[in-house]
Design a protein around this ligand. Structure first.
Ligand code: CA
Length: 607
């Protein structure tokens, strides 16, 4: 009887419970005056909603009764903390406050561009600044540094503590692989299977720590690039577990993987099933493939992206697996972000080796225009050059196909790109073999870095290679993502500290530092034109030039010393008689033949 009494009384006092409000707050003064706030909680759709001090235009329910979407019009909205009531019948069942903040950031800040050198690092593997956050009671994957695929404890504090190191190296932007919560029970350290898009994974720190990192970088004149994933969420994501609509995620009768054939987009003969599998197939079984054509999901991704830019003060995006997304909604995603931040640079990853398919994805591509497509994506990654760089330096140039000719031929295709200065160039990243494994000799590293730091585009380097770190892709991803030596208290020696570096680490670091810092002030490298010559006898010669200055680059990729006749290069040398070679710090006389040493690069500032 007593229990029945409680049972009968309970509904009278029942209150609505809201588990999620997203975005958790917003700003006045955005160009887009519409805001859609998602509420999530048990059976929320039965409530009416009233907002005080905010213009609530409409309330939308979806198939899943646990969701409510509140549509606000923020025209004339003032900043403040506003009361929102959930009402059933005439009774208020729940009240919460929603904050509209004043904006505190200029929207036309400098994003990353070809004047930057980007340092890519994996936060779990760089430095453990706070051993107390290595595991978290709410999150399944616990610290296990002995497992190559386990969590090693690196975090935001570790990055902040070592910014002096990155700054000394000369890098001006850092790209961190994703940081939002990833609650996969294993291999969560790469964090591409995110489970909460509004929360920095507590094993890396807090949202405030992320903001603090951006602020620390800005104080140094450096930039933060966020790795954004629009294509998939982890299967542990709360919305994947209880989706708002059936079409939120791409489902198949049986598990279907993406076919990874990104070239399908422009393929005139592509079949419907192949297109479907590319765009809707899952990347891996633990990552649910998102349907960007679902308008509410697209809006969620737009608001979330803008929220991070405005909240943390990030300076650019790298977008994961770009061609795996539905391209038309992604145009809207890009336009919405660039409406608020017109100078914001966004580089998309599309792992293809042909410049036709790469340039297709850059905004205003004339090739894509043939098919009536314009991606609106400002920047792409130059995987064609990556492919050339990772092979060229261990080959002789045979049949005009190999060695230096690979790089030469890649550049010959640059006419395809609407903005060749805004492509990301690299010789490795967190998904590839490390260059120091492909090319174990220091002299090869020097030639690659000389090319990367003088070719057109935005150079990106990968943490640790600057001290000679190695790692073999064949041994698994964990091997190319080893811990930076010195990032953990138990490490015997720290490569962050100059005095503790081994002679080999010192050679790599000093060379890299010299080259990057030289590049820093050379606008002729950032924005200059290029002139190059057919490689002969494994020697590739190119010039970067502007009206004011000129840099001549000579890469002798042959094991032989060569006597280079300079007559052939008179168009580039343009009457100058001497130069300064940046690596050896020697004066060069251009009046006669130039003796070039085996397997050596020369960067000569002409005078
Ligand atoms: Ca930690």
């Amino acid at each position: 009887m007593k229990y029945l009494f409680i049972y009968l009384l309970f509904p009278l006092f029942a209150t609505a419970q809201i588990d999620r409000v997203e975005p958790p707050f917003w700003w006045q003064g955005m160009k887009n005056k519409k805001l859609k706030v998602l509420l999530y909680g048990d059976d929320l759709s039965k409530y009416d909603v009233k907002a005080q001090g905010m213009n609530l235009v409409s309330i939308e329910g979806v198939e899943n009764k646990n969701y409510l979407f509140l549509n606000f019009d923020l025209t004339n909205q003032e900043a403040g903390n506003f009361k929102i009531n959930l009402i059933e019948g005439k009774k208020t069942k729940h009240t919460f406050r929603y904050e509209i903040k004043s904006r505190n950031r200029n929207f036309d800040f400098s994003s990353f561009d070809s004047s930057d050198v980007v340092y890519l690092l994996m936060p779990d593997r760089f430095a453990n600044g706070n051993p107390l956050n290595d595991s978290h009671p709410d999150l399944k994957d616990k610290l296990n540094r002995s497992d190559k695929d386990g969590r090693h404890g690196g975090d935001l504090e570790g990055i902040i503590k070592n910014l002096d190191y990155i700054e000394e190296l000369g890098a001006t932007a850092i790209w961190l692989t994703p940081l939002c919560e990833d609650n996969d029970p294993s291999v969560s350290y790469h964090t591409y299977g995110q489970s909460d898009l509004y929360r920095i994974d507590p094993r890396y720190g807090s949202n405030q720590d992320y903001k603090r990192l951006a602020t620390s970088l800005h104080k140094r004149g450096m930039k933060l690039i966020m790795d954004y994933v629009t294509n998939h969420w982890g299967t542990q994501h709360w919305m994947v577990k209880d989706p708002p609509t059936k079409d939120w995620i791409h489902y198949f009768e049986e598990y279907t993987n993406t076919n990874h054939r990104k070239e399908i987009h422009s393929d005139p003969y592509a079949s419907i099933i192949d297109k479907k599998e590319l765009l809707k197939g899952w990347f891996v079984p633990t990552m649910a493939d998102l349907n960007q054509s679902q308008p509410k999901l697209l809006n969620y991704l737009i608001q979330n992206a803008i929220w991070w830019i405005e909240f943390a003060g990030i300076d650019g995006f790298r977008v994961d697996t770009f061609p795996y997304n539905n391209p038309k909604p992604m145009i809207k995603w890009l336009e919405a972000i660039r409406l608020e931040y017109p100078t914001f640079n966004i580089v998309g990853e599309g792992w293809m080796y042909n410049s036709i398919h790469l340039s297709y994805w850059q905004e205003n591509s004339p090739i894509a225009a043939i098919q009536g497509f314009n991606s609106k994506l400002p920047s792409v990654k130059d995987f064609a050059l990556y492919n050339a760089l990772t092979k060229a330096f261990s080959e002789r140039d045979e049949y005009w196909e190999h060695g230096m000719t690979r790089i030469y031929k890649t550049l010959q295709n640059d006419f395809l790109y609407p903005n060749i200065n805004n492509v990301l160039i690299f010789a490795e990243n967190h998904d590839t073999n490390r260059i120091n494994d492909s090319y174990p000799e220091f002299k090869s590293y020097k030639r690659i870095m000389a090319a990367l730091m003088t070719l057109r585009g935005i150079p990106q380097i990968y943490y640790g290679s600057e001290i000679g770190m190695t790692g073999k892709k064949e041994k698994g991803d964990g091997d190319i993502r080893r811990d930076f030596p010195g990032g953990w208290k138990s490490d015997k020696k720290s490569a962050f500290n100059e005095k503790e570096r081994t002679p080999v680490q010192r050679s790599y670091f000093n060379f890299t530092k010299k080259l990057i810092n030289w590049r820093r002030t050379k606008s002729v490298i950032h924005k200059g034109k290029t002139l190059h010559y057919v490689p002969e006898n494994d020697v590739y010669v190119y010039f970067r030039y502007s009206e004011k200055s000129c840099v001549m680059v000579i890469i002798n990729n042959s094991p032989k010393k060569q006597n280079l006749s300079l007559d052939r290069f008179h168009e580039g040398i343009a009457g100058r008689t001497n130069g300064y070679e940046v690596i050896s710090e020697k004066q060069i006389n251009l009046a006669k033949n130039l003796e070039v040493l085996p397997e050596t690069a020369y960067i000569i500032e002409l005078r």
